[in-house]
Design a protein around this ligand. Structure first.
Ligand SMILES: N[C@@H](CCC(=O)N[C@@H](CS)C(=O)NCC(=O)O)C(=O)O
Length: 232
């Protein structure tokens, strides 16, 4: 059984996408990042970067003690290897998936995250920061759009963990939608993934009343999440 340490954010959706696609049994362990549960010593023992998601696999392939994994890309890779799904077995396909997984982890995720921070959460609207991350998010969407030209999915014909890593980060902020109009391939690919039954189930996990939260961050949540000095 897998324990999934989770709060409904894009990085966690990546993992429920894969768990639902593979039919892997898992237990959701909520980590309320708005109240600081990511700093609890028990959680830091499995996720030293005080970020979720993280997993604990109580039945690892080698039959040994439980294995914990933090970082969503590493979790996707671990579970894909374990289940033998959504990661090609040939060296070329595997390398392609790895490239785009790293691209998401180092580029699309962080840059879109900063776009969201400065557009949605920052207490002041800083034009330079907003322009910088809007341009960078658009550049990355353009890269993905070109990759998807003539391909059903990022690595080719088959849906893979590279797609699952990217999908939750395509315009994730309802209060600051990214302009997807110039990216027809991204829009087509996104609709295809959205229609998958496993995608519907993955996102339904986050709708549980356990995860209800206010529409806007409170000062206390800002202090916990961003260390904002002028928050209470
Ligand atoms: N690179 C990490 C990033 C994870 C991450 O940033 N998680 C956020 C929510 S999406 C979090 O746990 N934030 C808690 C905090 O900022 O204290 C991954 O992909 O797993």
């Amino acid at each position: 059984m897998i324990d999934l340490h989770y709060w409904p954010t894009p990085n966690s959706h990546k993992i429920t996408l894969l768990l639902e696609e593979t039919g892997t049994p898992y237990t959701v362990r909520p980590v309320n990042i708005g109240t600081g549960e990511q700093f609890a010593p028990e959680f830091l023992a499995i996720s030293p970067n005080n970020r979720m998601p993280a997993i604990v696999d109580h039945a690892p392939a080698d039959g040994g003690a439980a294995i914990s994994v933090f970082e969503s890309g590493a979790i996707l890779w671990y579970l894909a290897e374990k289940t033998g799904q959504f990661l090609p077995s040939d060296v070329r396909g595997r390398t392609t998936v790895n490239e785009w997984l790293f691209w998401q982890m180092a580029g699309l995720g962080p840059m879109t995250g900063q776009y969201g921070h400065f557009n949605v959460y920052a207490p002041e609207k800083l034009p330079y920061a907003i322009d910088r991350y809007t341009r960078e998010a658009q550049r990355l969407l353009g890269v993905l759009d070109r990759r998807l030209e003539g391909r059903a999915f990022i690595a080719g014909d088959d849906y893979s963990i590279a797609d699952m890593a990217c999908y939750p980060w395509i315009s994730p902020y309802t209060k600051a939608p990214l302009d997807l109009e110039p990216h027809a391939n991204v829009r087509r690919w996104r609709e295809t993934i959205k229609a998958r039954p496993a995608t519907q189930r993955a996102y339904a996990v986050g709708k549980d009343p356990r995860f209800a939260r206010p529409a806007d961050l409170t000062d206390e949540q800002r202090r916990i999440l961003f260390g904002t000095p002028n928050a209470k």
